[in-house]
Design a protein around this ligand. Structure first.
Ligand code: MN
Ligand code: MN
Length: 418
């Protein structure tokens, strides 16, 4: 790590005057410092090139050292691929809160919008539905979900941290925090323009239907509806529900139960890939059958480890960071390359087929989710490609020795060291 600390920036500023006379630059156009004209602090022989006398917000800026001091292999100018729930405003009501990062907030994020929601014990996200599918990962506590499919088959399930759920587009559902601590989770809608604040709400529909139509449609007197809410509730405080089995029995239908579960226990699944460097667990329509528009991987990277250079040929990647700290560089044509840092609550976005890696920069495990609007998880590993191309082709292109090529992993590892 050669990131500038704020202190060194300030110190360089103090030196300013005398050092400003130095104008020679390091040799650029070399390994690790390829660009001409040179980019990166290593090329700034004049210390004033590194100072920032202007207004600053260190609490924000110091969280993103790779923006302050990009590696000299970066080429600036790519669309922003970093965002965070940490900088999204919360809508708070009695019973919980939510905040979101949609394409309106994050222009690059065309395929997925994200919502971070908290429900207190008993807190209810009101019964609703929407035009897009809803994928979710539980990050804390316990939650009860209810859903009805298009054949009238209900499901009521409890989920805990590490579980996923998936509601196909248009299926109506509700969420409620359970005891003792309620629930927190992240939703990913399979459309970047989706918003948590424009879902179809049960209360809104009933309040905006003529009472005599309610009476006819439900076959009960209109007066039976006289106390319905006139404004929607969205999130509100309810009572912690009783045993799951009782709720399941109460919701039971002649039509039976849905053939495939809407819940997937991802954290309980054995790793699909496990190395000394970390683990990857995958949930897509292959094992989580209802999740036909969303695929996901839960990635754990040990300290010092790296999610190797790779790309995804079938979909953009929406990342949600759960634990630890890491950095990612995204590579595009141009050439273009930019590096960003990620901490819990942050979001990353990588367009389909653009190269990237994710490196653990901390002392603890780095844990994040990769989410794709796709039916299957798909990945191409750079190492795998180079190991399974005739070595003469690789050697001729990269000036690598046969010995080096022979050391590349023959099976895809996903997380290094192997
Ligand atoms: Mn929903
Ligand atoms: Mn990836």
């Amino acid at each position: 790590m050669n990131n500038l600390t704020r202190r060194s920036l300030l110190a360089a500023g103090a030196l300013g005057g005398a050092a400003a006379l130095t104008t020679s630059t390091k040799a650029a156009g070399v390994f690790g410092n390829p660009d001409l004209p040179p980019q990166g602090a290593v090329n700034a022989a004049n210390p004033q090139s590194l100072t920032d006398p202007g207004p600053q917000n260190p609490a924000l800026a110091d969280n993103l050292p790779s923006f302050l001091d990009p590696p000299p292999t970066d080429v600036g100018g790519m669309p922003m691929f970093w965002n965070s729930f940490n900088i999204a405003p919360k809508r708070v009501q009695n019973g919980g809160w939510a905040r979101q990062v949609t394409q309106s907030d994050f222009q690059i994020s065309t395929t997925i919008s994200g919502v971070n929601m908290r429900l207190s014990a008993g807190g209810i996200r009101e019964m609703h539905w929407h035009q897009q599918a809803e994928w979710a990962v539980m990050t804390s506590g316990h939650c009860r979900i209810t859903v009805l499919d298009e054949l009238g088959r209900p499901a009521v399930e409890d989920v805990v941290a590490g579980d996923l759920w998936y509601f196909p587009a248009g299926l109506p559902h509700s969420l409620q925090g359970l005891g003792p601590d309620g629930a927190e989770f992240v939703l990913a809608f399979d459309n970047g323009e989706s918003s948590e604040y424009n879902t179809l709400l049960l209360t809104d529909w009933l309040a905006h239907t003529p009472p005599e139509v309610l009476a006819k449609s439900f076959g009960v007197p209109a007066e039976a509806f006289k106390d319905i809410p006139l404004q929607n509730r969205w999130i509100f405080q309810g009572t912690v529900p009783g045993p799951l089995a009782a709720d399941q029995a109460a919701a039971m239908a002649q039509a039976g139960t849905p053939p495939n579960p809407f819940v997937f226990r991802l954290a309980d699944q054995a790793p699909d890939k496990k190395t000394a460097g970390g683990e990857v667990r995958i949930a897509d329509s292959g094992n989580f059958k209802v999740s036909t528009t969303m695929a996901a991987a839960l990635v754990r990277i040990r300290p010092g480890g790296i999610r190797e250079l790779h790309w995804h040929p079938n979909a953009d990647e929406w990342q949600y960071y759960l634990q630890g700290s890491g950095r990612m560089t995204v590579f595009n044509t141009g050439p273009a390359a930019e590096t960003a840092d990620f901490r819990p609550g942050d979001i990353g976005y990588v367009k389909k087929s653009l190269g990237h890696y994710v490196e653990n920069t901390g002392k603890d495990d780095l844990v994040f989710m990769e989410i794709f609007r796709a039916d299957r998880f798909a990945e191409v590993s750079l190492s795998d490609w180079l190991a399974h191309t005739p070595p003469a082709m690789v050697a001729a292109t990269l000036n690598l020795s046969p010995e080096t090529i022979a050391r590349f992993q023959k099976t895809r590892r996903d997380v290094m060291p192997a």
